[in-house]
Design a protein around this ligand. Sequence first.
Ligand code: GAL
Length: 341
Amino acid sequence: MTKWLSGLGSQAPSALALAAIILLDGGQCTLAADGPLIRPGAVWPDDRGQRIQAHGGGILKFGEVYYWFGEDRSMGNARSQRFVACYASTNLAQWTFRNQVVRLSDPEELGPDWVLERPKVYYNAPTKKFVMYAHIDGRGGYKFASVAVFTCDTVDGDYKYLRSFRPLGHESRDIGQFVDDDGAAYLIFEDRPFGFRIAQLSDDYLSVAKEICLIPEHLEGGAVVHYQGLYYVIGSRLTGWDPNPNQYATAKSLAGPWSDFKDIAPPDQNTYGSQSTLMLKVAGTKTTTVIFMGDIWHPWAQWDSRYLWMPLQIGDGKLWLPAPKPWSLDLKTGAATMQEK
Ligand code: GAL
């Protein structure tokens, strides 16, 4: 029964399907009471029934709607181009495909294996522009090590490539996004010789203005959350597509000093086969949930790479990723509920 249900991904079943589930399950409905389930590691279909293509992704909340942007690695994509897809949701479980917001041909002549990875979108209120950052590189040695910047007038329109550059002159591979509670926007980027850096974007977000800190640890997939007066940073070790034990550190200020790094899950679990890309804070009327968003990469079938989203146990300087299981989120109260059976 559970196996059959997992084939549904997070899509809410129709009344007919629900009746069938209840019948087949002897009346024991396995849907959580308060919403559609998020199923870590399962096929996650969009409103068209197609696998969500938002790998290495980021989230922008605009108004009451969440937008999920990520690498679109659909099988039918043109091989010379790179793609970013955008999906919208009001419950974080069911996602509507909006647009392939980037369809780009190698803009810097990096060669046939060029990469455009980990897109992250920010909204710049003063200019009313949506600004996307992504890692742009050539595969052979990842020597270009730069960010690509795009803009758009609408959240899910066609994003226009502006330029690429090295943030503050530094090498930049994996990138992460962080917007603080005061609205300040930051780029997290891996600067391989040294560690990874957190830097504030310029007022119009079109460039990187100021370094906040260098964390001298070799981590990528960097993500930051500000939770109950403390900053938590997580990252993954440099093992390419292979999962490794992701780790976290804390600091009272974004500039540090940062604590030592500790495991976010039992190290032998290799982050349950996933790699960090973002931490999403959802504040409701009763509580605040911080979601770990990770990628389960399938390097030889990238189109089938999966997602591991789980609510973190976080607070008092501790952060822990529980063993994945289906769960649901009440966006109003902010409460996450695990499916216990
Ligand atoms: C990982 C990185 C991914 C991708 C991959 C390619 O380290 O996080 O975004 O670049 O390497 O091997």
